[in-house]
Design a binder for this molecule. Structure first.
Ligand code: MG
Length: 388
């Protein structure tokens, strides 16, 4: 068997939202199709993925370097030991040939998105849902039925005050979620504290509410928010500062005893290692939020997990970034803490199967083969068009 073609297209997100740092008006996403010569029900098996949320399309690197490397490789060198399926580890190694160490973000998203599309094909060829393939390979065969899923929101929108925020949280709890994350840092601190108090009136205890500052704060503001938020004992305080500013992060962690969440803007195993060694993070409470398709993909993520394990971090501390079907399978397959959800926020890229329902804070894992984008009509229309 072999990969016969790989394609990419950039799709605009069409979102009017903004967080503490930027708006999404120019945001695009790369959609990838990996076409194989394996035929199922009269059609070639195609693996799909997209580059998750919040990073722009990266088709140039894909077309210039990674697609040609895969397509030029001897097809047998990309297969697993049975010879009947692709080996994503080998495809990753092939893409990384002639790549200089470091400078991860320039390629980690392109490489990771292609790698996840290869996994979709692998699972379809194995005729199993991806989470099951991952559980068998990386979690001792412990296949999960459902995973914890919290909902993100609380964006800044013109005219939306504390009452608007409370209505939003009420609606999300009514949809079956038990935990919500809201934005902070887009307003003066006193107003943000009032927003948190309003949110807690609806959400209940602090464990049901997290806040996300989107790495917006300099030192004075990061420390001021840490001090102001500490009494509320929130589930976590996400990205209080630049994720690579380990010294400042350690300072925040020293003065803020509840949980901190970070990692969605770190793209390599090495940077996550630096985070836990030098960022002052605490394995007994803090939360790591790597975005897997943006960080070289699933095989590399398994190495990040092994590294974290050596430093005493349990899998339940991982809540990968990206409220989408790829992350859902990864959380279920590896047995991680949970996943996030952004219903209706990121256009066709938001969320899970069209008929997915959250019950009591949990989402049932899909059981169709592969990642199951076929159950997301609007997104699958784009993917199918790309492969046609
Ligand atoms: Mg975030």
């Amino acid at each position: 068997m072999r990969i016969i073609d790989i394609r990419e297209t950039a799709v605009p997100l069409k979102s009017s939202l903004r967080n503490a740092v930027f708006d999404f008006s120019e945001m695009t996403t790369s959609v990838v199709a990996v076409v194989t010569d394996v035929v199922r029900e009269g059609k070639p098996v195609v693996g799909y993925a997209f580059n998750s949320t919040g990073r722009y399309a990266c088709g140039a690197q894909m077309r210039d370097r990674f697609f040609p490397r895969i397509l030029k490789a001897d097809p047998d060198t990309l297969l697993d030991e049975t010879g009947g399926n692709l080996d994503p580890e080998k495809v990753l190694a092939c893409m990384m040939s002639r790549e200089k160490p470091g400078g991860h973000t320039e390629r980690s998203i392109a490489v990771g998105t292609i790698e996840v599309a290869v996994w979709d094909a692998v699972a379809k060829i194995a005729d199993k849902p991806l989470h099951r393939v991952l559980a068998e390979r990386y979690n001792g065969g412990r296949v999960q039925e459902r995973v914890f899923c919290y909902v993100g929101g609380g964006w800044y929108e013109p005219g939306k005050g504390a009452e608007g925020l409370k209505d939003e949280i009420r609606a999300k709890l009514g949809d079956g979620y038990t935990m919500m994350k809201i934005k902070v840092g887009g307003a003066p601190i006193a107003e943000d504290v009032r927003r948190v108090e309003a949110a807690l009136e609806v959400a209940g205890a602090g464990e049901h509410l997290a806040v996300d500052a989107n790495a917006a704060f300099d030192r004075p503001r990061a420390l001021a928010y840490a001090k102001a938020l500490e009494p509320y004992r929130l589930r976590w305080f996400e990205e209080p500062c630049d994720p690579l500013d380990y010294a400042l992060l350690a300072e925040v962690a020293q003065r803020y005893s509840p949980a901190i969440g970070t990692g969605e803007n770190l793209f390599s195993t090495q940077d996550v290692r630096n985070l836990v060694l030098f960022g002052g993070l605490r394995a007994d409470r803090d939360v790591i939020q790597t975005d897997v398709p943006q960080s070289y993909g699933i095989a590399q993520f398994s190495r990040t997990l092994a590294m974290l394990d050596q430093h005493g971090w349990e899998r339940k501390s991982l809540f990968p970034h990206g409220g989408n079907q790829m992350t859902l399978h990864i959380v279920g397959g590896f047995g991680l803490g949970g996943c996030e959800s952004y219903p209706g926020v990121f256009g066709i890229f938001a969320g899970f199967a069209d008929d997915a329902k959250v019950e009591d804070g949990y989402l049932r894992l899909p059981d169709r083969p592969g990642i199951g984008f076929e159950a997301q009509n609007a997104l699958y229309a784009v993917m199918r068009g790309l492969a046609a």
